[in-house]
Design a protein around this ligand. Structure first.
Ligand SMILES: [Zn+2]
Length: 495
């Protein structure tokens, strides 16, 4: 009998401190595929759906994929957009069902104008329609703020094992493999338990590049997964820039009729996350301290790579703060590159003016001037790209298409600066290479990211430094006006 499986992707990491609403246009600027376009576009990419698709082909499933949508992190998803995204899945359940299993690719930290827990609401709605016995599985980003509602309604939850996230394909495949065993009756009744403490952040924010709390938690998770009846153990570091009751780390354990053991496993890793809450494998410098460090080091091989942590679009920041760029220009850095500033006015002006033209205009600080003022700059246009289109080389998002809109490379002082029109997190070398810049040849490369850049830029870096310049993803949670978060909580109220 041919199995009929529904798969869909709806992702967003919502920074509730952003005033920038997330709409379907925000999705269209990154990934927005519907119906027959979903599977051909994602096949062979490093995406969860590609993993599900490979298993489906191997098993001869009839795979239905109504939607795949992913937007760059930003503010709350508009009520209308959320209703559209959720309906795409629920309508397909009714129109194209019944299904033998549902495999969803979600983030876990999506907040809408009407709902603090979008993934919980979606999975509960799916569960309500398919009944208690149909497998409903989901993959999550390890920065998920996972909830009881989500866990109670999921047969299995599988979070990424890597940060930078490079295992989307593998986790999709793992989810489909579990769905296969559930459909074949090898797994009887899969359920998921969740555990957490009064913590806003933890597990070293999920970093797997350094030997810290996250790697140890993952090591324990893999060992527990080897036990009979334990299907998946996931460690979520949480997403702290969300003013919702349930923000923070969690551990989910999916099991086959072993709720007691699953609870013990969750408690074990949760306790470890609590005990190690103060442990950080990296620190942050101010822009001036970072520049002083570079100058003191003198010449050497490979670029110093600076992560503009606090204005990281990957965490919902605006991506238009010129604070670090300005410090680099005024600090007299030479042979430096900066990826990227989102400022459509300057990008369009540069494309219009053409290569060789000189522009004097304000740059950045547009989305919310109270966070960062603009930088009055003079720059020479060195390269233009009318549509800013290229394909990611990876490791993250390998093979997927990017469209930055009108974009240009400006020489501002000693810093070659990529200015783009759509908000993007520059986790790929192509954000520079597309403009003729070879990052390996630079002395300093700054990227608007917190950690994802390590996948592409880590291997070439002489040294990596995180900078707290300005923005709404500052590493200091005390800078944010939390109102809805459950209290008391570490590190705001508890030491
Ligand atoms: Zn993440």
């Amino acid at each position: 009998m041919t199995r009929r499986v529904l798969t869909a992707q709806i992702k967003h990491e919502t920074n509730t401190f952003s005033i920038l609403p997330t709409t379907l246009d925000s999705y269209r600027a990154r990934v927005f595929l519907e119906g027959g376009a979903v599977l051909p576009a994602l096949k062979g990419t490093n995406n969860e759906i590609a993993g599900v698709l490979d298993v489906a082909n191997q098993e001869g499933w009839d795979l239905v994929a109504p939607i795949a949508a992913d937007a760059t992190p930003s503010g709350r998803v508009s009520a209308q957009s959320w209703s559209y995204l959720k309906s795409s899945v629920l309508n397909a359940l009714e129109k194209d069902g019944p299904f033998d299993a549902i495999c969803l690719s979600l983030h876990g930290a999506m907040v809408t104008q009407t709902c603090e827990d979008a993934e919980g609401e979606l999975v509960a709605a799916v569960r309500q329609r398919v009944g208690p016995d149909t497998p409903v599985l989901a993959t999550l980003d390890l920065h998920a703020n996972a909830t009881r509602l989500l866990a109670d309604n999921a047969s299995a939850l599988i979070s990424y094992w890597t940060y930078p996230h490079i295992d989307m394909y593998e986790r999709g495949k793992q989810m489909a493999g579990l769905a296969r065993r559930m459909m074949n009756g090898e797994i009887g009744r899969a359920r998921t338990v969740i555990g957490r403490r009064e913590q806003l952040d933890g597990f070293d924010h999920g970093r797997t590049t350094h030997d810290g709390p996250m790697n140890e938690a993952l090591r324990r998770a893999r060992a527990f997964e080897a036990e009979d009846g334990i299907l998946a153990v996931s460690v979520n570091a949480g997403f702290p820039w969300a003013d919702i009751a349930d923000a923070g780390p969690s551990v989910t354990v999916s099991h086959d009729g072993r709720p007691g053991r699953a609870r013990d496993i969750a408690d074990n890793i949760v306790q470890f996350g609590w005990d190690t809450r103060h442990e950080r494998t990296i620190g942050h410098l101010s822009p001036s301290a970072a520049l002083a460090r570079i100058k003191a080091a003198g010449p050497g091989n490979g670029p110093f790579v600076l992560g503009d942590f606090s204005d990281n679009p990957g965490g919902g920041s605006y991506g238009d703060s010129p604070a670090l760029l300005q410090a680099m220009v005024e600090g007299g850095l030479k042979n430096a590159a900066f990826a990227v500033i989102c400022y459509p006015e300057a990008a369009r002006a540069a494309v219009q003016a053409g290569v060789g033209a000189e522009l004097t205009m304000p740059l950045g600080g547009k989305f919310d001037p109270t966070v960062t003022p603009s930088f009055q700059m003079t720059g020479m246009v060195k390269h233009v790209s009318a549509e800013g289109k290229f394909t990611f080389e990876g490791p993250m998002m390998r093979g997927m298409a990017a469209a930055m809109g009108p974009s240009a490379l400006l020489q501002i002082g000693g810093v070659e600066t990529v200015v783009i029109s759509n908000r993007f997190q520059p986790y790929d070398r192509m954000f520079l290479v597309h403009f003729g810049v070879t990052p390996e040849e630079k002395s300093v490369v700054a990227v608007k990211l917190a950690h994802h850049f390590r996948a592409a830029y880590g291997p070439m870096a002489r040294e990596v430094t995180l900078v707290d310049a300005a923005g709404i993803t500052s590493p200091d949670p005390k800078k944010f006006p939390f109102k809805n978060l459950r209290r008391p909580i570490w590190p705001l109220d508890i030491g």
